[in-house]
Design a protein around this ligand. Structure first.
Ligand code: 13P
Length: 251
């Protein structure tokens, strides 16, 4: 079996000010020195330039929270892949449930964004996850399969050679209600098997992060599960001490 390096990615969402993020980044840079896990920060897009400067010379990777699927043109408020390429961005989150729910992003649009990220030579962090009512009606696998298949159909399985998946059950996001390690593992394994239908090696290599109320006190139990390769962290990534504890959680 492949040894997959743990990735801990911060999704700051729409939080932070310059005044707040400078000391936060400084503390994270100092705190992660010498650790074996990979760490990434996805700030609001207006701070990508600042983070490019602040992270220069550190091991921490930079990511964006969203991108347009289009190259350029009259799309007020949107940001293109080539704009992100002007900075040190390596990752782009696509298909976050907040974007699917609040900004009406469909499976097809998410797949197009995934493809745009791939063409730009960056790595998607593709988010998938079910709503509470979908879990309660036993539709979790159906929903996840639909979200994953839409991307395979548009971008091809090869695109997953350079991609990360994040399983984020919507009912666990920002609620303090984490999926149990066993619940998460079950879906992570399902995702890997879904990819393995197309290519075993790619399925084995792809990192699948868990997201949804990951905290300093539950990260390690989650990361110990066979198919959980790290976390996508919301609220806890805004507090240096909590985030650092998560960054140091081992298998
Ligand atoms: P919380 O960690 O705040 O639950 O958010 C998870 C998330 O949505 C990360 O993308």
């Amino acid at each position: 079996m492949t040894e997959r390096q743990i990735l801990v990615a911060a999704n700051w969402k729409m939080n932070g000010t310059l005044e707040a993020i400078r000391p936060l980044v400084d503390a994270i840079i100092r705190g992660v020195q010498g650790i074996s896990n990979e760490v990434a920060i996805c700030p609001p897009s207006v701070y990508i330039s600042e983070l490019t400067t602040l992270l220069n010379g550190s091991e921490i990777r930079l990511g964006a929270q969203n991108v347009s699927h289009l190259e350029k043109g009259a799309f007020t408020g949107e940001i293109s892949i080539s704009m992100l390429s002007d900075f040190a961005c390596q990752y782009v989150i696509v298909g976050h449930s907040e974007r699917r729910a609040l900004y009406a992003e469909t499976d097809v649009l998410v797949a197009e964004k995934f493809k745009a990220v791939q063409s730009g030579g960056m790595t998607s962090i593709l988010c998938v996850g079910e709503l509470l009512e979908e879990r309660e009606s036993n539709d979790t696998e159906k929903v996840i399969a639909r979200q994953i298949d839409a991307v395979i159909e548009k971008a091809g399985i090869e695109a997953f050679k350079n991609a990360v998946i994040a399983y984020e059950p919507v009912w666990a996001i920002g609620t303090g209600k984490t999926a149990t390690p066993e619940q998460a593992q079950e879906v992570h394994e399902f995702i890997r098997l879904r990819l393995a239908r197309h290519d075993n090696q790619t399925a084995d290599n792809v990192r699948i992060l868990y997201g949804g109320s990951v905290k300093a006190d539950n990260a390690e139990q989650l990361f110990k599960m066979a198919d959980i390769d790290g976390g996508l962290i919301g609220g806890a990534s805004l507090v240096a001490e909590d985030f650092l504890t998560i960054c140091k959680a081992m298998r």
